[in-house]
Each structure stands twice: as C-alpha cells, then as structure tokens.
Design a protein around this ligand. Structure first.
Ligand SMILES: Nc1nc2c(c(=O)[nH]1)N[C@H]1C(S)=C(S)[C@@H](COP(=O)(O)O)O[C@H]1N2
Ligand SMILES: [Mo]
Length: 207
C-alpha cells in the first residue's frame, strides 16, 4: 500500500492517528431527538436553480430510490469503524431533482436542534455521499440518526449529521456547528485535518 491519496482515501484502512473500534459507539452533542413523522419534512432550499425550495414528507422520502454503499466512519476523537454498508438515498439524487444555481459552491446540511455541517459541493456530489436510512440492512436506531443521517465517506464523521432535516445550497462557504467550534473546515481524515488551527489560508471562512 502506498501513501493514502487524500479525499478518496483508502477504504477499509485506518487514516493516520485513528484506531479501530469494535462495535459502534454513539457520539453526538445534545439529546437524541424524538421522531414525529407528522411534523417531519426533508427540505432542499437556498440557492436552487429556480429559486424554489422543495420538501419531502417522511412517506415521500421513504419512497425515493434506495441504494447501498460501503463506507468507513472516522471520528475525530480517533476511533474508526471500518466496513459498514449504508443504505439510503444518494445525495446526487437531490442535486438532480433540485438543481443548484450555477454559482453554488457549498452546502449546509441541517439537522434537528439546529445542528449543521458545511461541505463543498464537490464532496456533497461525490458518488458515495448518501442520506442513510439503514446500516447493514437494518433501519438506523434513534441514537444513530433515525430516520436519516448523512454519510460522507471521505471526511471525518462530524461532517455527516444525524437526524438530518435538510440541505441549504450556498453561494459561499459558511461554517457549520463543529466548524465554528474548533474543528477543521475541510476535515479530510487522510490529511489529519482535525482542528481549525491547522487550516491554511483558503481552507475556511474567517473565524
Ligand atoms: N446531529 C448531529 N449529528 C452528528 C453529531 C452531532 O453532534 N449531532 N456528531 C457527529 C460525530 S462527531 C460523529 S463521530 C458521528 C457519530 O455517529 P454515531 O453516533 O452513529 O457513531 O455523528 C456525527 N453526527
Ligand atoms: Mo466524531
């Protein structure tokens, strides 16, 4: 094995500074939200090509085309879970159904309680980026993000909110929840981009 390439980094391997975790720990800030199907909707909004936002009820979301990917999960606190199968709706599907305006460069993925994480459009549009509803063929449990969480295989796991409620298309970068609180704006585990003090000029908006 040569050097990890970064971004698309070696699947099934440990990025630098990570250790293998057996089992699947629960890691997040704040309480686990209660799922209320009647009040739940998934929104795509912000700088859409036609200026309109689009919403899916839980029933509509559940009827979207389902596919699976393999992806590892790397927490910035240094544990990694390797070789999980995630099922759900590829992020690309939303870009097709709700095209972004031509000047969109980033997205903000929003979750319950105002949790958010920002991503370059390129990472959001990556082939394996998926709004996961299942892991290993089983629906997600509440603490792992039921009904929907985002998985961005090539970035640290905080870039994938659990309990996702929507996506905002943005024409400039803006920091999400952890990116405002000391974590790296990019968050590539293969380059060990853990903390915002490591950011080089151009890697994130002013703090
Ligand atoms: N809504 C929300 N999503 C979140 C977080 C959070 O604090 N809130 N933490 C992230 C972090 S730091 C990690 S490591 C993963 C952990 O996912 P898990 O609990 O399913 O292992 O969820 C991510 N998604
Ligand atoms: Mo994490």
């Amino acid at each position: 094995m040569g050097q990890p390439e970064g971004r698309e980094g070696a699947q099934g391997q440990l990025p630098p500074g990570q250790r293998l975790q057996r089992g699947w720990p629960v890691t997040h800030y704040g309480p686990v939200p209660r799922f209320r199907p009647d009040r739940w909707e998934f929104r795509v909004f912000g700088a859409t090509a036609d200026g309109d936002k689009r919403c899916w009820t839980h029933e509509e979301f559940s009827a979207l085309p389902y596919s699976t990917i393999m992806a590892d999960l790397h927490c910035v606190t240094k544990f990694s879970m390797l070789g999980a199968e995630w099922g759900g709706v590829p992020a690309q599907l939303f870009l097709e159904r709700v095209p972004p305006a031509p000047d969109v460069t980033h997205v903000m993925v929003w979750a319950e309680y105002g949790f958010s994480s920002n991503l370059p459009l390129e990472d959001f549009a990556a082939e394996r980026t998926i709004f996961a509803t299942h892991k290993g063929g089983e629906p997600l449990t509440a603490e792992h993000g039921f009904p929907v969480r985002l998985i961005v295989p090539q970035l640290y796991a905080w870039k994938g909110p659990k309990w996702v409620r929507g996506v905002e298309y943005m024409t400039a970068d803006r920091r999400g929840f952890w990116e405002e609180r000391g974590y790296h704006n990019v968050g590539d585990p293969w380059r060990e981009q853990r903390y915002s003090y490591q950011e080089k000029p151009g890697e994130g908006p002013e703090l």
